[in-house]
Design a protein around this ligand. Sequence first.
Ligand code: FAD
Length: 455
Amino acid sequence: MFRRVAIIGGGAAAATLLGELLERQPAQPLHLDWYTGAAGMPARGVAYGTPSDRHLLNVRAASMSMFAGKPRGFLDFVQRDDPAIAGTDFLPRRRYGDYLESEVARALKQGKSLGHDVNIIPVAIDALVPENDGITLIHGDESHHADAAVLALGALPPPPLGGVSDAALDSGRYVVDPWPLLAGAIDISPPPRKVVLIGLGLTAVDVVLELAAQWPQTEFIAVSRHGLLPEAHLHKAAAPTDDSAELIAAMREAPEIHRWLHLLREACAQETDWRPVIDSLRPHTAGLWHELPLEQRARFMRHARWAWERARHRMPPQVREAIAALERSGQLQRQCGRVRSVHLVDETLQLTLDHAGETRTLNADLVIQTVGLDTDVRRTRHRLVRQLQTNAHITADPLGLGAQADGAGRLRHGGGSWPHLFAIGSLLRGRLWESTAMPEIRQQARNLADHLLGD
Ligand SMILES: Cc1cc2nc3c(=O)[nH]c(=O)nc-3n(C[C@H](O)[C@H](O)[C@H](O)COP(=O)(O)OP(=O)(O)OC[C@H]3O[C@@H](n4cnc5c(N)ncnc54)[C@H](O)[C@@H]3O)c2cc1C
């Protein structure tokens, strides 16, 4: 058992691990240091820090519990205020933030009653040094010791896309990270006439819904290679297919992406709706991914990832309807194209796009990068991750999916796995592939708590 544990990160993953640890009654009380970062409200993170009711969970309420052992957790929380809420509803993410905060408060109280000692420290850790008898954590001029540390850092700060000129970046008209803009931390006034979004996933959907309401006269153009929106959930929930054993066995027998796609297409064709087939893979995704040889994972990333993410990370039906209304009104257009460059020309941003062998340009007053989460530790400007990478304390996943780890979430370095340095959430995508949403994170938190408190 590790007695003094440091959790680094102020989001839902850190909060869930904290909750799991403080529920337990180990042989000796724990000393927990929770470093929540310099900004934002602990527990909510980017995803659940949004105050906007336009931003909905993309997972139904019944599946959003923080705790693997209390599957109704979130649903019970919201039904206390409104018994009419159903488990199949897609609720505002703001409500989920309320739930996270209330669970953290409850866990802290319970932890105290069990004799655990918890410090919440609102600073970002700059550097970590793994040593034989534990880990030294450094922020500013201060250093602290822990027996074990857990990185719960979420996604890394997004870097600008290649091809964006320095002048475009310096102009303030190219937004690399949309969340501070949505939170009102970046002032854009007067409202732009024309906005181009690069990327068309769930982030783009959130951004358009919010900004189209704030700037009703603005025209939005969303560009992506295929010009397709994420798929949508159906209003009515369907349970995942329960006879997926044959499909999974066939996938295991042939760990090749083109074969898997073929098997999936066949399985979907046999159902009235494809969604339950995709959902039935969820508990098996980490195992399947782990068995896939590296060159096949690379193939997936090049050719199939975009289609998988469209099908797997779906938008709630009411969000799809709101986006469709914006398209009907002409306020939102979608275009196909790969963005090659963005330059500042006079007072306008000029994008050069390639599509179907042709090159064209598009002008915008504001460009927002909405390409989804970044987990590439090899090129990040995240200070702590850069330090860990520079000092070879972690090993990058070769496909840019976080850091290498073993099955217990222990981070790997050149010579093996650290016994006392762990990660949870997005940094483990290389190991697990699906490692960013609450259903996966809560299971990781539970396993990690068992591990940290085990003999
Ligand atoms: C917009 C959006 C919507 C989403 N919607 C859903 C959904 O509906 N359902 C679902 O299951 N999942 C959803 N997700 C996935 C989501 O990533 C997870 O549910 C969860 O929020 C991840 O939490 P996290 O703690 O891993 O990361 P984050 O919430 O990003 O938290 C990481 C925290 O670490 C802090 N940090 C970073 N570096 C340091 C440091 N050096 N020292 C200290 N602290 C540091 C950051 O400041 C931040 O507070 C969504 C994600 C996004 C971005």
